[in-house]
Ligand binder design. Sequence first.
Ligand SMILES: O=C(O)CCC(=O)C(=O)O
Length: 260
Amino acid sequence: MNSPVRIVDSMPNRKYQKKVHTEAYSLHEREYKDFGVTTIDSFINPSICNTILNQISSFDFAKICEANPLFSIKKDNSRILQISPVLDLSEALITFLDGKKLTDIISNLIGTDEVDIFRDKLILKPPQTGHFPVHQDYSWWHPYPPDSMCTAIISLCDSTLEHGPVQFFEGTHSRVLLPKGERRALTQKEIRSSTAGKSTYTKNLKKGDITLFHPLALHWSPSNVATTDRPFLYIGYIDSLYKGAYERQLQVQNDVLRQT
Ligand SMILES: O=C(O)CCC(=O)C(=O)O
């Protein structure tokens, strides 16, 4: 099916340069710089998380799929595993993201004045689902410089190690591991060589915590072996220099979801 969305790339014609950091690093900036991942506790009110989840879940997905061919739902029998995009499905989410609180933090981490959202998805991870192999998100995002992007995971539930948390390998965010075009997880051999000596970063999270991670931060997650879903929102940000990134990424993500 041809996509109605025309992808307009506007790649600035110069080498990507981060702003020079002049102030002392905050704890989170330091962690992000050193490990490629950091978590801010209780960033968003749990009642707002409930509203976001209720608003997204109450949509008639069959109708949305009909209206927007780039809308994707990944299912396992009748259970919904992933939904993307989600921005338009929740007013509470838009209100939260429109507030400058999160974008200011992310702009600082990226080292720029302004950022835009370039992808958004909800991973519901019902029980007995959701193993993700070791990968760098950047393998799917090649046209853009890695340092120009950052992903925020918004925890919409309390989760423990049983819920299949995302596990990061600290300090793996300075190297692009796969060549452009290889949109895949790592082989066992590649995992061994790129994670030797690296510590892992995994947390029990509370509803409302936000984890921020670099697109090169190597990560994976085991299946959810708890008895409840583990809904996490993934909001990807990019330096606002890169126009058209949202439409491009939607198309890439849609192609990938349809292949799996
Ligand atoms: O939510 C998870 O368990 C992992 C998701 C993930 O690794 C990804 O979307 O890149």
